[in-house]
Write a protein that binds this ligand. Structure first.
Ligand SMILES: [Zn+2]
Ligand SMILES: [Zn+2]
Length: 108
């Protein structure tokens, strides 16, 4: 029982550290750019992937000499990279489009 308690406490501590780093990233996001001339030591801290709805579009294909139209659903995969600089003890994050997934395979 005591062992579990120690484990639980350290788990809570870890969770708090993660949360504080998260809020740090949010706080500093608009400060970046102002201190571009400083010597940073950006080290990749974490990589996250999020899927965003990319809407639908239609595409045509031929089957048995008949032109058909199908609706394809797009999903954008957004990659978020968090960097940590141990010189100034701050973080920054970058997001960019990693991939676009089509629900149907088609030529165009
Ligand atoms: Zn820095
Ligand atoms: Zn498509």
């Amino acid at each position: 029982m005591k062992k579990f308690l120690v484990f639980f406490t350290s788990l809570m501590f870890l969770l708090m550290v993660v949360i504080s780093i998260d809020s740090l990233a949010a706080e500093n996001s608009d400060v970046i750019g102002m201190d571009d001339d400083l010597d940073h030591n950006w080290v990749e801290y974490s990589v996250d992937y999020n899927e965003v709805d990319g809407g639908t579009h239609e595409y045509t294909y031929w089957k048995n000499f008949i032109k058909r139209t199908r609706t394809c659903h797009k999903t954008h995969v957004i990659q978020t990279v968090v960097y940590y600089c141990d010189v100034h003890d701050h973080t920054k994050s970058e997001t960019f489009l990693d991939d676009t997934i089509h629900s149907h395979q088609h030529g165009e």
